[in-house]
Design a protein around this ligand. Structure first.
Ligand code: SPD
Length: 277
């Protein structure tokens, strides 16, 4: 019998796509906010897809989740209260609670179905959601941030791509609310897409974050299943310089280390040009 030739394809534009051969579809639904699919791939294990875009896979999720979490949490000397906007799969929360200083981590995810699907299909990613320090709020992250001024040491924006429910998370007005929700020495990080495929977005976000925070930094990590592989994160900081990390605290990381933290801020020239004003 012939092997089925089934592929998942994420299209960046009409000329660029990333494809993964799939074994089977495990789940497919239209939530109140977006299309949500879980498929089993040959190469990367299970894959979570929102609105046709790769969110995370079993095999490479650690890169993104460690780098969006541990870089800011090793920049702040004593992070106690941390907020995640988005990130319903729970991967960022799992990394945050590895830090013993963290007393409370709030997850503000607009789509409760992402949380439920992750618990069912990605239990190793969602594992931290039941930790007693974690407060899961199914709510609009933009409103949550506005309603909690001055509360957080660190805010992490683990958004989907800048379409659908995530559009407002890439706006200057949102970065001002994030600034206001931070303590006087707070800092934040947002995922900001690929320097190959999303140059104008990176430029705009960086200039908006810089105008709000005064200190803005871009860093990179390499996520094989995200379009082009090269992925960026933008940090706004009120006080601390992320290029001077605290000593390594959690030991159980697979990508993050102090050396990787420092190296992540070394930008290839074409990326550096995107963030020079
Ligand atoms: N195109 C990938 C954008 C990634 C956004 N967030 C991923 C969620 C993983 N927690």
């Amino acid at each position: 019998m012939a092997k089925m030739d089934l592929w998942f394809t994420e299209y960046q534009n009409e000329n660029l796509s990333i494809g993964l051969r799939i074994k089977q579809t495990l789940h497919s639904e239209k939530t109140e906010f977006q299309d949500l699919d879980v498929v089993e791939t040959e190469q990367y294990g299970r894959l979570l897809v929102l609105d046709g875009c790769v969110m995370t896979t079993d095999k490479d999720e650690f890169v993104y989740h460690e780098m969006i979490s541990h870089v800011p949490l090793h920049t702040h000397p004593n992070p106690k209260r941390v907020l995640v906007v988005g990130g319903g799969d729970g991967g960022v929360i799992r990394e945050i609670i590895k830090h013993p200083s963290v007393e409370k981590a709030v997850l503000a995810e607009i789509d409760g179905r992402v949380i439920e699907a992750s618990k069912e299909y990605f239990p190793h990613i969602a594992s931290g959601l039941s930790d007693p320090r974690v407060d899961v709020q199914v709510t609009d992250g933009i409103k949550y941030v506005k309603d909690h001024p001055g509360e957080f040491d660190v805010i992490l924006v683990d958004s989907t791509d800048p379409i659908g429910p995530a559009v407002g998370l890439f706006a200057k007005e949102f970065y001002q609310s994030v600034y206001d929700a931070l303590k006087p020495d707070g800092l934040f990080v947002a995922q900001t897409e690929s320097p190959f495929a999303n140059q104008s977005l990176i430029k705009n976000v960086f200039s908006d974050v810089k105008s709000v925070f005064k200190q803005a930094y871009l860093y990179l990590a390499f996520v094989p299943t995200y379009p082009t592989g090269m992925w960026s994160f933008t940090m706004g900081s009120k006080q601390y310089d992320p290029r001077e990390p605290q000593a390594l605290r959690p030991k159980d990381t697979k990508y993050y280390s102090t050396a990787v933290h420092q190296a992540a801020f070394a930008l290839p020239r074409f990326v550096e040009e995107l963030v020079q004003s």
